[in-house]
Design a protein around this ligand. Structure first.
Ligand SMILES: *[C@@H]1O[C@H](CO)[C@@H](O)[C@H](O)[C@H]1NC(C)=O
Ligand SMILES: *[C@@H]1O[C@H](CO)[C@@H](O)[C@H](O)[C@H]1NC(C)=O
Ligand SMILES: *[C@@H]1O[C@H](CO)[C@@H](O)[C@H](O)[C@H]1NC(C)=O
Ligand SMILES: *[C@@H]1O[C@H](CO)[C@@H](O)[C@H](O)[C@H]1NC(C)=O
Ligand SMILES: *[C@@H]1O[C@H](CO)[C@@H](O)[C@H](O)[C@H]1NC(C)=O
Ligand SMILES: *[C@@H]1O[C@H](CO)[C@@H](O)[C@H](O)[C@H]1NC(C)=O
Ligand SMILES: *[C@@H]1O[C@H](CO)[C@@H](O)[C@H](O)[C@H]1NC(C)=O
Ligand SMILES: *[C@@H]1O[C@H](CO)[C@@H](O)[C@H](O)[C@H]1NC(C)=O
Length: 554
């Protein structure tokens, strides 16, 4: 509970689109991003299969499948996730291409068939049913911007078509359901990213590896794709869509497509600029919205450098968050908040400092948006640019004792406890509180208070979060959910806590944890706004292990 005046300044009411029921049911969830080919092998009945090699540099399928995901849902749900996002499931171009095999799923050739490397229709349906039986959601990643097929890898033909302003796509049945040349834009390469017409109508790829750009202004194409997505959602019991390459497709196309889909849609609009990303979620068009939400890329661009080193700039991060909260019609509540994904170097490749990593991992869970964790972060993966960030998870043997697995579990539990204990949590925008130090960042999202720092683990000086703003009730009992250590708020509800080795803290009132499994053993003693030295719990030990273990990984 918080002082009433404090609440009034924090709660804002946003109008929600009328398709809100679907988006609303995603709002409280957290998503685990699975790269299907790299997450789990099918039918692993003995431990030796955990040694099946996967050479990321070889750009080949490694054998992950939907049945493997079903077998490891305990692992995902055990971390507190209640939704998964899986790789695009449709049949891709087969065999070797100039850029390797299509193990990631982003080079569709046939939207009417599933990718047989990942399993059968029955397997995908079984994954969907298994998720629903656990109360979890399925999000499919889909690509409608382009199609890829071997017959396109004919440089001579592509060059001819370019000089001719036509498309090298033949009137062929090699690409389904688009069998007609008129289903594609004439070939041209995107060179000017500030020209939206060019971005939408020209092609991605190059002469050796062209991605045939689907003509999403063509009425027949629009009709085909709208019917297709409705069928897919019905056939496989899909709860949400992650829309790939959104900015390369006409905005008007998304309007009717997302309306037809009728479920939560989360778009990938790759941009640093919220003025560019936000119109994709506006209500200004004929339909309720272009799409329910977008991935929070503008913030990600500031998030990584802010925590990458002690020189990181928290002001830039604060600014982009404030801009974003104002830019989107529903604030940043529906955005997909992430630190890592399959397209970007993992944060663990940007810095090997375990304290910086721990601070950055906290971010998506104390953000307004929907937290998304890219598989393998919970095992300390540190692959850099593609394809190094596509590691096989089975080599970790799905270790649930990994300190980062436990940390993510605590963060999910804390967010759920916050949602359960305070109805306003999901509608209260995150706020930054003054701390008096440029190397600390305090995020208030009642009942959570996140104390973050980018000082790192190597610094000889220590940092103190000195939060004079009355966040809590006077002498309220608090617990840091990452260590289960207890603290007391000051007489005036303020907090003054020193960092241990540059590690973050996520505080919440002990009363908010009632009825949860979080920190059952935290000790209830002492007074004053200092740490209780003898109340170190098992989680505290684990967090100190993070430092040791991550140093080894570096
Ligand atoms: C992995 O694949 C790359 C590229 O094909 C190759 O050069 C390398 O030798 C392979 N590594 C192993 C351990 O097989
Ligand atoms: C999924 O398939 C397995 C193996 O065939 C079966 O035992 C299980 O009941 C199925 N799960 C659901 C939810 O249909
Ligand atoms: C490539 O395209 C050119 C021009 O259309 C054609 O003459 C040639 O036969 C094609 N090559 C292959 C291998 O299909
Ligand atoms: C232009 O493209 C069309 C359709 O692919 C083709 O029939 C025609 O031969 C091409 N013209 C030239 C000059 O290449
Ligand atoms: C493509 O082939 C189909 C089936 O043969 C035919 O009906 C259609 O007219 C052809 N389209 C073009 C543009 O040639
Ligand atoms: C933008 O791109 C389109 C398509 O390539 C082109 O026709 C148009 O002239 C370009 N506009 C500007 C301002 O460059
Ligand atoms: C975005 O739009 C706002 C309001 O029009 C403006 O103040 C701001 O400078 C713009 N930001 C960028 C990066 O263009
Ligand atoms: C915390 O901030 C207050 C107000 O600026 C100041 O009086 C106090 O000395 C600070 N405490 C610490 C431990 O830095």
């Amino acid at each position: 509970m918080f002082p009433v005046l404090f609440l009034l300044t924090f709660i804002r009411f946003f109008p929600l689109p009328s398709s809100a029921a679907d988006a609303q049911s995603w709002r409280s969830r957290s998503i685990y991003q699975v790269m299907t080919d790299r997450f789990a092998l099918q039918d692993v009945s003995d431990g030796t299969a955990y040694n099946v090699p996967c050479n990321t540099s070889a750009l080949q399928y490694c054998g992950g499948a939907w049945r493997g995901i079903v077998d490891h849902l305990d692992y995902i749900q055990g971390m507190g996730f209640d939704a998964i996002w899986i790789s695009p499931p449709f049949a891709n171009v087969e065999g070797q291409t100039p850029m390797g095999e299509a193990y990631h799923g982003y080079w569709p050739q046939d939207l009417t068939a599933l990718n047989s490397h990942f399993g059968t229709n029955k397997d995908l349906k079984n994954l969907s049913d298994s998720l629903h039986a656990r109360g979890m959601y399925l999000m499919l990643d889909i690509v409608v911007n382009h199609m890829v097929s071997h017959h396109l890898f004919n440089t001579t033909a592509v060059q001819l078509a370019m000089s001719n302003s036509t498309t090298p796509v033949r009137n062929t049945t090699s690409v389904y359901p688009f069998t007609d040349v008129s289903d594609f834009h004439p070939v041209c390469w995107i060179t000017d990213y500030s020209n939206q017409t060019e971005v939408e109508q020209c092609w991605l790829g190059n002469e050796n590896m062209p991605w045939a750009d689907v003509d999403t202004e063509n009425t027949d194409v629009i009709g085909t794709l709208n019917n297709w997505i409705a069928g897919v959602i019905g056939d496989f019991g899909v709860d949400g869509l992650r829309l790939s390459t959104v900015k390369y497709v006409s905005r008007n196309f998304w309007n009717t497509f997302t309306t037809q889909a009728g479920i939560f849609t989360l778009g990938e609009v790759y941009s640093v600029d919220v003025n560019y990303t936000s119109p994709y979620t506006s209500e200004s068009r004929a339909f309720d919205c272009v799409m329910s939400a977008v991935l929070d890329y503008p913030t990600w661009f500031e998030l990584v450098p802010a925590f990458a080193s002690p020189e990181g700039d928290f002001n830039a991060l604060k600014n982009i968050v404030r801009l974003s909260q104002d830019a989107y019609t529903t604030g940043t509540f529906m955005t997909g908040s992430f630190l890592d994904n399959h397209d970007q170097p993992r944060f663990g490749s940007v810095t090997s400092d375990p304290a910086l990593l721990a601070n950055a991992i906290v971010w998506p869970f104390i953000h307004d948006g929907i937290p998304i964790l890219y598989y393998g972060q919970e095992q300390g993966f540190s692959g850099g640019i593609i394809p190094n960030n596509h590691e096989a998870l089975w080599h970790t043997r799905y270790n649930r004792e990994h300190p980062l697995y436990m940390m993510v579990t605590a963060l999910n539990q804390a967010r759920k406890a916050a949602i359960t204990s305070e109805t306003y949590f999901l509608t209260t925008p995150m706020q930054f509180l003054d701390t008096g130090s440029s190397s600390t960042l305090v995020v208030s999202k009642p009942p959570l208070l996140a104390l973050l720092t980018n000082i790192g683990s190597q610094q000889t000086s220590t940092v103190r979060w000195n939060v004079t703003h009355p966040v809590f009730k006077g002498r309220q009992q608090l617990v840091d959910v990452l260590t289960c250590r207890r603290f007391l708020a000051g007489e005036d509800g303020s907090v003054s806590i020193q960092s241990d080795g540059g590690m973050p803290k996520v505080l919440m009132p002990v009363t908010s944890l009632r009825g949860t499994n979080l920190c059952p053993q935290s000790v209830d003693v002492g007074s004053g706004s200092t740490r209780f030295g003898n109340a170190v719990s098992w989680t505290a030990v684990l967090v100190s292990m993070v430092v040791l273990e991550m140093t080894n990984l570096a």
